[in-house]
Design a protein around this ligand. Structure first.
Ligand code: TMP
Length: 210
C-alpha cells in the first residue's frame, strides 16, 4: 500500500474529533491528498449500521451481535474506501478503527480478545494503521464534557468507561511503536503540536509551521 493510514482513538469527550479535524486542516495546508472518515460509518451501509448501533432503542443488544455489527461496518469501509485510497497513495484519516472494538467490546463488555482479533483480520483484510493516536483522559472528566444527548454506548456506566480507558492504556503499552498515547492535559494547540510532531516524522514533512 502506497498511502498512509492514520487512526484516532480515545474515550468519550477526549477531544479526539477536534484533534482529527485540526490534523485534517494541517495536512490540507501541506497539499496532501486526504480521505477523512469515521467509524462506524462513512459508507451507505456503514452509516445504517451506525444508526442501529448507537440508537438508544437498540437497548438489549447482545454483546456478540454488537461486535459483529462494528466489524460489519468496518469490513465494508475497508473494502469500499480504505484499501482503494491507500492503493492510490492517499492519506487516510480515520476517527476510530479496530482498537475501538478491542477496548469497547473486549475490555468493556468482556468479549474474548482473541475472537475480536480473528474477526478483525477478516474485517480489515490485514490493513493496519501506520500510526494511532490515543487521547488519554480520566473517564469521568471525559463524560462530563459531553454536551449533547448521550448515545447508547455513551450512556454506559462510569465503570464501563473506566475499563475502556484501561483497555486503551494496555494496548498502548503493548504496541508503543504504533500507538502514541497523548495525554489530554494541555491546550488544544499544544496537543495538536504533539500530534503534528509525530505526523511530520511519519510523512517526512520538513520545516513545519502550523
Ligand atoms: P464516536 O462517538 O466516536 O463517533 O463513536 C461511536 C461510538 O461507538 C463510541 O461510543 C464508541 C463506540 N464504538 C465501539 O463501541 N466499538 C467500535 O468498534 C467503534 C468503532 C466504536
Amino acid at each position: 500500500m502506497k498511502g498512509k493510514f492514520i487512526t484516532f482513538e480515545g474515550s468519550e469527550g477526549s477531544g479526539k474529533s477536534t484533534q482529527i479535524a485540526l490534523l485534517h486542516k494541517y495536512l490540507k495546508r501541506k497539499g496532501k491528498s486526504i480521505v477523512f472518515i469515521r467509524e462506524p460509518g462513512a459508507t451507505n451501509i456503514g452509516e445504517k449500521i451506525r444508526q442501529v448501533l448507537l440508537d438508544v432503542k437498540s437497548a438489549g443488544m447482545n454483546d456478540i451481535c454488537e461486535t459483529f455489527l462494528y466489524m460489519a461496518a468496518r469490513a465494508q469501509l475497508v473494502e469500499e474506501v480504505i484499501r482503494p485510497a491507500l492503493a492510490q497513495g492517499k492519506i487516510v484519516l480515520c476517527d476510530r478503527f479496530l482498537d475501538s472494538t478491542s477496548v469497547y467490546q473486549g475490555y468493556g463488555n468482556g468479549v474474548d480478545l482473541k475472537l475480536i482479533e480473528s474477526m478483525g483480520k477478516a474485517a480489515t483484510q490485514g490493513v493496519n494503521p501506520d500510526i494511532t493516536f490515543f487521547f488519554d483522559l480520566d473517564a469521568g472528566k471525559g463524560l462530563s464534557r459531553l454536551k449533547r444527548k448521550k448515545d447508547r454506548i455513551e450512556r454506559r456506566s462510569l465503570a464501563y468507561h473506566r475499563r475502556v480507558r484501561a483497555g486503551y492504556q494496555a494496548l498502548a503499552k503493548k504496541d508503543p511503536e504504533r500507538i502514541k498515547l497523548i495525554a489530554v492535559d494541555g491546550s488544544i494547540e499544544e496537543i495538536h503540536g504533539r500530534v503534528v510532531g509525530y505526523i511530520d516524522q511519519l510523512l517526512k514533512i520538513q520545516n513545519s509551521k502550523h
